[in-house]
Design a protein around this ligand. Structure first.
Ligand SMILES: *Cc1c(COP(=O)(O)O)cnc(C)c1O
Length: 813
């Protein structure tokens, strides 16, 4: 197709003219993006086909990563990088008068996820392909991704994210591979030829149509598949309607209800939503994904007993847990297996990642909803529960409390986490601390029952997107200093330790950071109309807005600092720019008030000449993957200040570390492991430890009001939220925030950690004044970030959970 720059230019120009029917000069950036991305997908097509062919010939074990979210962001840049043609295409385009970075901006973010969980799935796909594993994604092709956030008068306003409007050049629709998914109906049970037969009648059929997106690995011509399912009405129904005209309106309404299944992503993070449509989405993904996987498996001509040797099904959180009863259903009803045989196969095929211990996020579906929507699947869940409970009872007949506590069905609910643990051979947490909390506290009874199932897999991020692509100047510097080995073996970054105190290297690191900060400052000025000083500390908190992430602690500190500087304008303070980005779930009112508060504080601070040269506050709207790629390389300080024990891992923390930001954080999630590598010298740790928090929850003893009365600083910033003054007035109602702290006893311990946060922030400032010391720490952060590369995480999943090896090793064998 093309092999060098000149042939690329030729092929590209011809495609562009051919497609547009107009001379090259008339092409817009959008035209160039469209043609280029289509061309690149075609370019990868040969490798894609070859990879699939190879899997088939080798009868390779395939991993399928089921996730309701894939927050992939833009693909053009990362695909060019992984194909090894980034520089060639950039130069070719440039000679034709186009700037690649500007063309990349034409791509809509595929925002098919809320935050960390969905981004993890995307990083894992990149690592699976780059490490040459046979691992694919299974998800939903939502017509609308996570909402687009606008800030209007300081408030979050949600707009639909119609990301497919301009088309999606990366996907291939595979109508021929459609499958049927069935809802509702009733189960007819009869005894026939020595076995029970279950047949669902009067169900509603939905057609699931797959759209395949190539997942291009780095450097090896290895291309896996992300299969995203879309819901459509079935042909049968359409034909039926054509013969019965009076049902036309019925058909239209059926059609609308079918299409709604893949219409939009639920915009909730860390909060469980018991909506019927969401349950439909989950089953739709599980049933469609599984049918197509089993169809491929059947082509191998092997008996179903070898399924666990050829296929691993992984569920990202409990959202795809229905995979377990659905696989049971197919094995029993369609493959005529016995319960025990089917259970053995299922239990050796499915593995599960837990992402949270927040009780409000644990999925529990009303029994009647599951029973009505999925009658046969529900019968199977009941039987799994019955057998599990009798096993528990047999072990300890007197302990009925334990049984009701661990049961899958209880209080008229289906407890999805229990079903996921009982039906999987592996249950993993996402950071060492999180896994320990699962084992010792939240899921202790399950750990006691199945100790061998529990294991830890600390999250990771792909350094290809978060360093090489997002921060090309840093990549250049690293490679010219320690060579290229780190690109395929990220732990080789450790060699940068030798340069941590090298003043020449420090200067180069500083210059790159300044360059990135100047770029971000320009973006901030363009978007928010605020001028910020690139020499100030860029202090950044970007992540979903949630109580436990404690953006509020950050804002209260800003208000406190504002008072200090105003009262003592000549005080020597290091100038800071506080940068926020965060979406709040549309129904999470308190979180939206915090967004408003940040914006109100920004407005006051940025327009007050008394403090203006020492501090600025900026809220960047619509936090997304592509915005993260702009912000993170420009950060000096990374805010990872969750209430200890609440953040399962965090991955934002790793992205900042890899780009040389220092972290101010609590001993929570993966911060603990970052600290293990970095030590106290290279990280700012403060606040309650997780055991202290958990003990407070268990035994009480925390009194937010007492702190309010003891600490005049706390009193003042809290009163600022409700008393008439610069931050508050009748129409800026922050009483809810105030109440959440003082009247609901501050469930996230904001006040408890306020003092240590403020003093640690002072330490940050002191350190920043000593440029060489700061840069030393910054380099140490980059050097130790390699262990948080998702390549490493994926290697562990592969060898310890899925039992697969990279394909090249198998071929050589
Ligand atoms: C990495 C990432 C997240 C997760 O950030 P945390 O700080 O770990 O919560 C959320 N959203 C986007 C767009 C990301 O890139």
């Amino acid at each position: 197709m093309f092999t060098d720059k000149d042939s690329f230019k030729k092929v590209f120009s011809e495609s562009l003219i051919g497609e547009l029917g107009r001379p090259l000069e008339e092409a817009t950036g959008a035209d160039v993006y469209k043609i280029l991305s289509g061309l690149i997908r075609e370019y990868a097509g040969k490798d894609w086909a070859a990879t699939n062919q190879n899997y088939k010939l080798q009868q390779e074990k395939q991993v399928y990563y089921f996730s309701m979210e894939f927050l992939i962001g833009r693909l053009l840049g990362s695909n060019l990088l992984n194909l090894g043609i980034l520089d060639m295409v950039r130069e070719g385009l440039s000679e034709l008068g186009w700037n690649l970075e500007e063309i990349e901006e034409q791509e809509s973010d595929a925002g098919l996820g809320n935050g960390g969980l969905g981004r993890l799935a995307a990083c894992f796909l990149d690592s699976l392909a780059s490490r040459q594993y046979a691992g694919h994604g299974c998800g939903i092709r939502y017509k609308y991704g996570l909402f687009e956030q606008k800030i209007i008068d300081g408030d979050q306003v949600e707009l639909p994210d119609y990301w497919l409007q301009k088309g999606n050049e990366w996907e291939v629709r595979r109508a021929d591979k459609s499958v049927e998914v069935r809802f509702w109906g009733r189960v007819d049970t009869r005894y026939e030829e020595g076995r029970w037969v279950f047949e669902t009648q009067d169900y509603e059929a939905v057609s699931a149509v797959p759209y395949d997106v190539p997942v291009i690995g780095y450097g090896h011509h290895h291309v896996n598949t992300l299969r995203l399912w879309s819901a459509e009405s079935t042909m049968i129904t359409r034909k039926n309607v054509a013969s019965k005209h009076d049902d036309y309106y019925k058909f239209l309404s059926y059609n609308r209800s079918v299409e709604s299944i893949s219409e939009f992503l639920y915009p909730d993070d860390s909060q469980y939503e018991g909506k019927l449509l969401r349950l439909k989405q989950q089953y739709f993904l599980c049933s469609a994904g599984l049918q197509s996987i089993l169809r491929t498996f059947e082509k191998l001509g092997l008996p179903y007993t070898s399924l666990p040797d050829k296929i691993a099904l992984h569920i990202n959180d409990t959202h795809p847990t229905l995979l377990i009863p659905e696989l049971m259903r197919i094995l029993i009803d369609e493959q005529q297996m016995s319960w025990d045989e089917a259970w053995d196969i299922t239990n050796r095929t499915v593995s599960y990642t837990n992402h949270t211990t927040l009780s409000e996020a644990l999925e529990k579906w009303p029994t009647s909803m599951v029973k009505d929507l999925l009658p046969r699947v529900f019968m199977i869940i009941e039987e799994i529960d019955r057998r599990f409970c009798s096993l528990l009872l047999a072990e300890d007949p007197s302990n009925t409390d334990r049984v009701s506590h661990m049961a899958i069905l209880g209080n008229d609910q289906v407890r999805m986490a229990h079903l996921a643990i009982v039906g999987s051979y592996s249950v993993n947490g996402v950071a060492a601390l999180h896994t320990e909390i699962l084992k010792k506290r939240e899921m202790k009874s399950f750990y006691d029952q199945f100790p061998e199932r529990f294991n830890n897999k600390t999250n990771g991020i792909t350094h290809r997107r978060w360093l090489i692509h997002a921060n090309p100047k840093l990549k250049q510097l690293i490679s010219s200093t320690i060579g290229d080995k780190w690109i395929t073996e990220p732990t080789d970054l450790l060699r940068l330790q030798d340069y941590a105190s090298d003043s020449g290297f420090q200067t180069q690191i500083h210059q790159i950071k300044q360059h990135n900060k100047i770029n971000l400052a320009a973006y901030i000025e363009e978007k928010n109309g605020v001028k910020v000083d690139p020499n100030s500390i860029f202090d950044v908190q970007v992540k979903r807005l949630h109580g436990y992430k404690r953006q509020l602690l950050n804002v209260l500190h800003i208000i406190h600092l504002y008072h200090e500087i105003r009262e003592n304008p000549s005080m020597d303070r290091v100038p800071r720019t506080f940068i926020f980005g965060a979406k709040a779930a549309p129904s999470y009112y308190l979180a939206k008030r915090v967004i408003k508060l940040i914006n109100v504080v920004a407005d006051v601070v940025n327009n007050d000449p008394l403090v203006n040269d020492k501090m600025k506050v900026v809220f960047l709207e619509n936090y997304s993957v592509s915005l993260a790629e702009k912000i993170i390389p420009a950060a000096d300080l990374s805010e990872q200040i969750s209430t200890a024990s609440k953040e399962a891992s965090g991955t934002g923390n790793m992205k900042f570390m890899m780009n040389g930001a220092l972290t101010i954080g609590t001993m929570d999630g993966a911060n603990v492991e970052m600290h293990e590598s970095l030590g106290d010298d290279n990280m700012f740790i403060f606040g309650l430890r997780s055991d202290e928090v958990l003990d407070y929850y268990q035994h009480g003893g925390y009194d937010a009001r007492a702190i309010y009365h003891q600490d005049p600083r706390v009193q003042r910033v809290l009163e600022d939220l409700v008393q008439e003054g610069p931050f508050s007035s009748a129409h800026r109602d922050f009483a809810l925030i105030y109440d959440s702290i003082l009247n609901h006893n501050d469930e996230y311990f904001v006040l408890k950690d306020f003092d240590s946060y403020v003093s640690t922030q002072l330490q940050v400032e002191q350190t920043y004044l000593d440029r060489a010391a700061w840069l030393n720490k910054s380099i140490m952060n980059i050097a130790h970030a390699g262990r948080f590369a998702s390549d490493f995480t994926i290697d562990q999943y592969a060898s310890e959970i899925w039992r697969i090896r990279p394909v090249h090793e198998l071929i050589m064998k």
